[in-house]
Ligand binder design. Structure first.
Ligand SMILES: *[C@@H]1O[C@H](CO)[C@@H](O)[C@H](O)[C@H]1NC(C)=O
Ligand SMILES: *[C@@H]1O[C@H](CO)[C@@H](O)[C@H](O)[C@H]1NC(C)=O
Ligand SMILES: *[C@@H]1O[C@H](CO)[C@@H](O)[C@H](O)[C@H]1NC(C)=O
Ligand SMILES: *[C@@H]1O[C@H](CO)[C@@H](O)[C@H](O)[C@H]1NC(C)=O
Length: 278
């Protein structure tokens, strides 16, 4: 029971103590790029002294790079996938999904999955940075922004209403339309179930309390029983011993008396003929 409590108490504490996750940032920040474009992944995390190497993983397989920067100079379809990184003293980072596209127009997002409150930047990007204008941004098929020249837009404080599939269109030689990109905004409540934590700590507290009370009562009970047993054994032993002592004493007394009674004539006998017995 105590071990269980100790374990329960240890687990959340251990959870807080565990090493921090490494973090991947993209430069430029887009999680999707067009073929032959340049993108750099940066890994940040606590390092061991004397060893600043970084491990990179693509789709779970280690890649031959040990620097904190992983540069892709001309992205190919084979660079698509799920990237993770890990530094000496960090946990592996959350994955970053990088997609390489072949298209005329691409809607780029700074992130695909994030928690509400975080900013989201979208960019309507043309192949080889060709000029496009009169851009339209769509969320779930509905236009929500017209932008004559600026290909970027930022939502500073996102909320659940920003969930959805985004795409854009822009005028070049004719109107081009991008593919859709799914953006998931996670609610704070669902990502960090505060009630669960509260419940967890509360139950641990209650278990601890119950344990303490139980332990104290058991301890007291045991001590009482021990005392009682001891008393019983003591008293009975004592009585027995006293009795036996008394008995012995009585016996002794009797013996002494007998001896005394016996001794006198014996002594007299002894005195009478001391060599007689030897
Ligand atoms: C580690 O850091 C040193 C100095 O800061 C640098 O010269 C070296 O290239 C780094 N090594 C790696 C693997 O990043
Ligand atoms: C991508 O990988 C496949 C094998 O996995 C290979 O055949 C192909 O040449 C690669 N393409 C590029 C552009 O590296
Ligand atoms: C990684 O997995 C994705 C699918 O999730 C796949 O499209 C991509 O080609 C894979 N990349 C490599 C390098 O295996
Ligand atoms: C979400 O944010 C938009 C502005 O970006 C705001 O108009 C809307 O009221 C917000 N919705 C909620 C539920 O907070």
């Amino acid at each position: 029971m105590w071990l269980l409590t100790a374990l329960l108490l240890w687990v959340p504490v251990g959870g807080q103590v565990e090493p921090t996750k490494a973090v991947i940032t993209l430069q430029p920040p887009w999680v999707s790029v067009l073929q032959d474009e340049k993108v750099t992944l940066l890994c940040e995390g606590p390092q061991q002294s004397g060893d600043n190497s970084t491990q990179w993983f693509l789709n779970g397989t280690a890649i031959q790079t040990s620097t904190s920067r992983y540069s892709i100079t001309a992205a190919s379809i084979n660079d698509s996938g799920e990237y993770r990184c890990q530094t000496g003293l960090s946990m592996p980072s959350d994955p970053v999904q990088l997609d390489i596209h072949r298209d005329w127009l691409l809607l780029q997002a700074s992130s695909r999955v994030f928690t509400e409150g975080k900013p989201l930047t979208l960019r309507c990007h043309a192949w080889k940075n060709k000029l496009v204008y009169n851009m339209l941004f769509y969320q779930n098929g509905k236009t929500f922004k017209f932008s004559p020249w600026n290909s970027e837009l930022t939502i500073q404080k996102t909320n659940m209403s920003h969930n959805g599939i985004y795409h854009c269109s822009g005028m070049g030689r004719h109107r081009y339309t991008s593919a859709g990109v799914s953006v998931t905004v996670k609610g704070l409540q669902s990502s960090t179930p505060v009630w669960f934590n509260i419940l967890f700590y509360l139950s641990v507290g209650v278990i601890f309390l119950v344990n303490t009370v139980l332990c104290i009562t058991i301890h007291k009970e045991l001590q009482r029983k021990k005392k009682w047993n001891l008393e019983i054994s003591l008293t009975s032993d004592y009585r027995k011993k006293v009795n036996s002592y008394l008995q012995k004493d009585r016996n002794l007394e009797e013996e002494v008396k007998c001896l005394e009674q016996e001794e006198q004539p014996q002594e007299r006998v002894h005195q009478k003929n001391p060599e007689g017995e030897q």
